[in-house]
Design a protein around this ligand. Structure first.
Ligand SMILES: Nc1ncnc2c1ncn2[C@@H]1O[C@H](COP(=O)(O)OP(=O)(O)O)[C@@H](O)[C@H]1O
Ligand SMILES: O=C(O)C1=C[C@@H](OP(=O)(O)O)[C@@H](O)[C@H](O)C1
Ligand SMILES: [Mg+2]
Length: 167
């Protein structure tokens, strides 16, 4: 079993929102590794960062991605930092992986004051810029296609991804 598509990209690019809408449009399961991690840990992501730290979160994330890749034939959204793990980048080889690209202004606006992203709790604009600069090459490395999201609605983005999929 393999996901019909895996979504990667920076926080705020819309993996969770677009992924859910795409799965609904296709009539398939939607899976988000952040949700799987919260279920595994029995607590929300910010609490995992506070109680056990980022390294522990990344360990759970590597396991969650490996499990989800093997267990879903639907749409799979990863967390924005999942591609930091070499093991995860290797596991993505052979899958259809769409990079939802976003530039800093839209990413900052979308992430806004939203809670639930502990890495962006302080100085979100500078932190996002740093994360995006660091990760852009990794998103490009794992992606089989890139879909730009700046200034576009989730509906438009869903249609563009759907057009990339086999019918
Ligand atoms: N194309 C878009 N245009 C405007 N807002 C968006 C778009 N995609 C997502 N959003 C909004 O941005 C926020 C972050 O989206 P989310 O799907 O959680 O991103 P990710 O999972 O990639 O971090 C949410 O409030 C969502 O409603
Ligand atoms: O960029 C990151 O390192 C993270 C992104 C989050 O997911 P989204 O990209 O869905 O916001 C979540 O996995 C966690 O807060 C860490
Ligand atoms: Mg998400």
């Amino acid at each position: 079993m393999a996901p019909v598509v895996v979504l990667v990209g920076a926080p705020g690019c819309g993996k969770t929102t677009v992924g859910q809408a795409l799965a609904t449009a296709l009539g398939v399961e939607f899976r988000d590794t952040d949700t799987d991690i919260e279920q595994m840990a029995g607590k929300p992501i910010p609490e995992i960062f506070i109680d056990e730290g980022e390294a522990h979160f990344r360990t759970l994330e590597r396991a969650a991605v490996a499990a989800a890749l093997a267990a879903t034939s639907g749409v799979l959204a990863l967390g924005g930092g999942a591609v930091l793990a070499e093991e995860t980048r290797a596991a993505l080889v052979g899958h259809r992986v769409v990079h939802l690209s976003v530039e800093l202004p839209d990413a900052v606006r979308r992430v806004g004051l939203g809670a639930g992203r502990p890495l962006l709790a302080i100085n979100p604009r500078a932190t996002l810029k740093h994360l995006m600069d660091q990760r852009r090459p990794l998103y490009t490395e794992v992606a089989t296609a890139t879909v730009a999201t700046d200034g576009r609605s989730p509906t438009e983005i869903v249609a563009e991804i759907a057009a990339l999929l086999p019918r």
